[in-house]
Every structure is written in C-alpha cells, then in structure tokens.
Design a protein around this ligand. Sequence first.
Ligand SMILES: O=P(O)(O)OC[C@@H](O)[C@@H](O)c1c[nH]c2ccccc12
Length: 269
Amino acid sequence: MNEIDAAFQRLREEGRTALIPFITIGDPDLATSVEIIQAMEQAGADMIELGVPYSDPLADGPVIQRASERALANARVTLADVIEVAAQSRQAGVKLPFILFSYYNPIFQYGLEPFFELIAAKGISGMIIPDLPIEEDAELRAMAEDTGIHLIPLVAPTSNDRVKRIAAKARGFVYCVSSLGVTGVRADFHQGIDEFLSTVRSATDTPIAVGFGISSREQVERFSKQADGVIVGSAIVRKIEEVVPLLQASETKQEGLAQIRAFVSGLKG
Ligand SMILES: O=P(O)(O)OC[C@@H](O)[C@@H](O)c1c[nH]c2ccccc12
C-alpha cells in the first residue's frame, strides 16, 4: 500500500486530521533541510511536501519566492538534490510519507522516464505539480499509475464543473485550495469555501486536504472539521526564514530547530 494511503487510513482510525507541512528544500541548505524534516516529524507532522526551488514560482507568494531564491543562491538546489534529501531523511529514520512538490519544468527538463525511475528508487510516495492541469497530465499520470506514486491534483473554488473530473482521478488526496491567488498567510478564505469543500467531499472517496493561507491552530482546527488533512507552507517557511541566522551557526542551530519544532507543534494544539 502507498505510504500516503496507509497514513490516511491510520489517521481515520485515530480520528485525526493530517498535518502536512510544505518546506522549500535547500533553504538555507540541503543538510539543514534533513534536520528540518526530522524536526517536522518530531513536531507531529503526518506527511510532508518537499518543495523543489524554482526560478519562476508563479503560484507562490513572497515568502516562498524568497525561500526559493535562498535555496537557489546558496546551493543551486536541483530536482535530484531534493529527492536525495528525501532519501537521506529516510536513512536518518524519518518515517513520514514524502510528497515531492515541483513545477512541471524541472521534471520535464529531467525527463519523465528517468524522473520516475529516480523517485521510485528514492521512496517518494506522491507528487504535486501545480502548473500541470488535468487536461495535460495524461502521460505523466499513466507513469504515476504504473509506479504506484500518487499524482495529487489541486482543485480551486473556481474549478466548478472540473471538480468532479479532477476528483474522480485523484490519488493520495485532493488538494483543495482555500483561496484564489498565490500562496501566503491569510486572515480569511474564499467566501464559498465551506460549500466548495462539501462539493469536493461528495465528488470522491479519496481523502481531501486544504491548503493556502493557513497559519494558526484555530485555522487548522476549523478545516479539520471538513477535511482529512491541512497543509501549511508559508507560515512554516516564514518561521524558517526568521531562524536562518540561528540555523547557520553551529552553536545556535539546535535553538533554531527547536523554534521550528515549537511553531509546528503549536499548530496541532
Ligand atoms: O503557503 P501556504 O499559503 O500555506 O499554502 C501551502 C503552499 O505553500 C504549498 O502547498 C505550495 C507551495 N507552493 C505552491 C504552489 C501552488 C499550490 C500550492 C503550493
């Protein structure tokens, strides 16, 4: 069974909602990313989105754009580097299911065949490709199905009649975007969010998770009532940005990691 499916089954049995952090790999460097992933698991994350830094992150707000710039400036982080960080984290004892998060271009440049060989070999359980719409994903979807690695689709409140088509093919979970626009911490969400989540829920038996703008325990609790998972990216990436100076000095690195751990565990209450 795919690790993402197993995680959701276990969470359902425990009556819990998945906490799914997103972090940009290579921010501030590749070795520290392994330690941040370990901190996420210690803080209670249930699976994790591993972001491939990209030069043109069109769907990202300023926080994640800056994280990508730091990663690309410090270490010129490639797709293969991100996948290697996942493998190193597994070797270090991290049990979390890994979801590779990448725009389509780095995957296309790498080549679909070698890409799937690599992620299958390195223990990636799912992938999210925000700029690959269902209308154009047939070839990649077929390869994902063959390898048993879940292609996790995004649906937005404006997806309307596409929701059913997207949800029907979903694997792993359906990523329900809570608001229009780019990623980034928000005080409120799309006004029709509750009806939207009900629509997605009724369109599939696949778990649904909500992301975009979520940054507090209250917001996590709010969405835990309607979804099987909650995704938090920018708020965590912003905390990492705040503690980068601590992470980059050996005598304060543990303090930096402790602050990240405290922030993420605070989301779970
Ligand atoms: O950052 P936020 O507002 O917490 O949203 C999650 C988001 O970071 C993560 O899932 C993500 C990062 N980049 C994206 C681009 C498109 C959709 C989703 C994403």
